[in-house]
Design a protein around this ligand. Structure first.
Ligand SMILES: [Zn+2]
Length: 199
């Protein structure tokens, strides 16, 4: 099973939200509820392999770990400089032309050894995909539930905010998006474009 796939045993826990120090928090918050940038993350059980794999669902914590540590989303091993991104061609091709840099994505990388497996495992890659090898990866945005503070309480709304948006302090994050800058196009629609090794 892919590393980032959520299992049926991995349910989100019930939490009590509070406003503390001018930002959203949990009543019983612990250090593990925030990432190194201080972003509050949605709590989810961690029990991969227990229950039934939920192919349509990504596990929030493993998605974030894969993005921060450049772990392969399929096998979970650190990819380092050999990290590749496989993206659906249809989903990402912009109106301005094919593959302009930079690309923002919530899909974690894959290692070179898992490229073929990913094509088989991920239905969204079957109708044409590209493989990118970026020279620069930086945090770009966060998705999750944004709680707008109002005089009558917090009003939730699912949203995506730039990672440096000051409103991130009112977000309970579920996904990290990264920016792929200055990349090589390794493969386009199943065709090899370059075999240049990672620098
Ligand atoms: Zn892998």
């Amino acid at each position: 099973m892919p590393y980032i796939t959520a299992w049926s045993s991995e349910t989100a826990s019930l939490v009590t939200l509070v406003v503390r120090d001018g930002r959203l928090g949990y009543a019983d918050e612990t250090a593990g509820d925030r990432d190194s940038a201080g972003v509050l993350w949605t709590r989810i059980a961690f029990s991969p392999g227990v229950g039934v794999p939920q192919f349509a669902n990504v596990h929030f914590l493993r998605q974030r770990r894969a993005m921060h540590g450049l772990l392969c989303q399929v096998c979970g091993t650190p990819c380092g400089k050999s990290a590749l991104w496989m993206l659906s061609q249809k989903e990402y091709e912009s109106a301005e032309g094919p593959w302009p840099a930079p690309v923002m994505t919530s899909h974690p990388p894959v290692c070179p050894g898992c490229v073929e497996r990913s094509t088989r495992l991920c239905p969204h890659l079957r109708d044409g995909h590209v493989v990118l090898r970026p020279r620069r990866v930086s945090p770009a945005a966060l998705s999750g539930m944004f709680y707008r503070p109002t005089p009558t309480g917090l009003v939730p709304k699912a949203t995506t905010l730039a990672h440096d948006d000051p409103r991130v302090r009112w977000l309970r994050a579920t996904q990290l998006h990264v920016l792929l800058e200055d990349y090589d196009l390794v493969r386009l629609g199943g065709m090899l474009v370059t075999t240049k090794p990672a620098a």
